[in-house]
Design a protein around this ligand. Sequence first.
Ligand code: SF4
Length: 555
Amino acid sequence: MSEDKPKVSSPPDIAAGLAAVTNALKHVFVKMGVVRGTRGLLNLNQKEGIDCQSCAWPDPDSRTINEFCENGAKALADEGTTKRIGGEFFAEHSVNELSVRSDHWLNDQGRLTEPLVLREGSEHYVPISWAEAFKLIADKLNSLTAPDEAVFYTSGRTSNEAAFLYQLFVRQFGTNNLPDCSNMCHESTSVALAESIGLGKATIRLEDFEKTDLVIVIGQNPGTNAPRMLSSLRSAKLAGARVIAINPLKEAGLTSFVDPNPQHYGNPFSGPLTLLRGKATTLADLHLPVRIGGDMAVIKGLMKVLLERERVEPETVFDHDFISAKTDGCSDLIESIDVTIWEDILESSGLIREQINEAAEMLLNARSFITCWAMGVTQHTDAVATIQDIVNLHLLGGAIGRPGAGLCPVRGHSNVQGDRSMGIWEKMTPLFRENLEREFRFSAPEHDGLNTVESIAAMADGRVKVFFAMGGNFAAASPDSGAVTAALQKCDLSVQVITKLNRTALTPGKTSLILPCLGRTEIDRNADTLFRMGDARHRRCRPEASSLSRPRVRC
Ligand code: SF4
């Protein structure tokens, strides 16, 4: 049962370049074939094409022919692979045997082709008809004593349309148990920004990178989690901006970058030449090797230097007009900066005073600046407070809501933001509930549902008996795999709507269903038939019984 041993080499100090091009093409052509692969790449992130299902980096208004990165190409190839697995594969491989395989090997087995069921006490998944699968789910859901005995997880790859219908189905069933992958990535951003500025999203547009004087990248490695961001950082640099990287590690993607997109160079010749010569653009002008969890201390230190300068040269650092017109609580902030002593700042950040001073000088020389962050900031216990201090740093200088200035939380999953806007959230807002009830004429559950961590606890202690996942790989993505595995296996029924085999399918409830689905890069050729049959445009969804009794799920 040998699997490829990982190859260990010294880390590269230049990101992307020719290697990114060859890697991307190799993956796509090997998995999809040259013709299908080329067609896929030429459609990737194009206006009439396919939205990359990998990360959430936005697309520019004017697209280049190859508007994708190595990760995007790999994600396309991963979904477009010609490999297929179905009943025969699972007849040959038991769940136990498969569970010792790596996640990479499992994923590499290919696309799932038919619905599969693992019945209680059985060792092998076997084919099941769609009708029988839906009936099995409906019977189980209807047998629950309360809708809250089921949780409905969502992965950020779910499209807006599917996400909206899914939350409608779940809420008509009678629960808000809608945990999603955002609970584990940028939940702290959504909470922090909603409290600080009333909007849980980025405040800048892509073109702001070419209008800014400074970009602060904190707790993020764009080279791996949003590679096309490197092109935006390069454009910022070419437009005269400077970059500060705040990260325990000196990542290649924050150091220097060879843009593999020939159309990002002025003329058609310099692109290929630069690629061949590997002429890199230096990205970070300053790298602050902060201690893990030390981000808030760095931001506090920066604000402390700015405050000291403001006191020495009043009205030269803080934007008092903006502060008095657009903010409140500034005096509390000033007080909190004053009581924060340098010893604590340096101890927590792991930096020396000179490093923070240097970064503050770059801030003082910037009329506008953008701060980007990801899970290096969001996945800490004090993440909400750290993100609110990042906001405070911007509010002090009025660096928000104007060209080249603002906040840029960089989300991981491609549609995690869209899903939230579609209502995938265990905390439904009163306005959303009101509109949902009016539009679909049913009374939606009022009490908040369970988020990811709460769902794991509820599965573990038996309060939840059904786990339903729209995409994703819950067992691998959630914290504490041991606890998640035990919790999932306590469920009476686990259901996964997925494109490929994954760890969660091998961590089944007593009965487990795998329902294969199409991916983002595919068009449902059957859609027309289904649509004509459903004719949903003309018929409002109605629960089978009146809104007072618990709606029954019909298959
Ligand atoms: S940057 Fe993200 S969205 Fe863009 S192609 Fe790469 S993986 Fe896809």
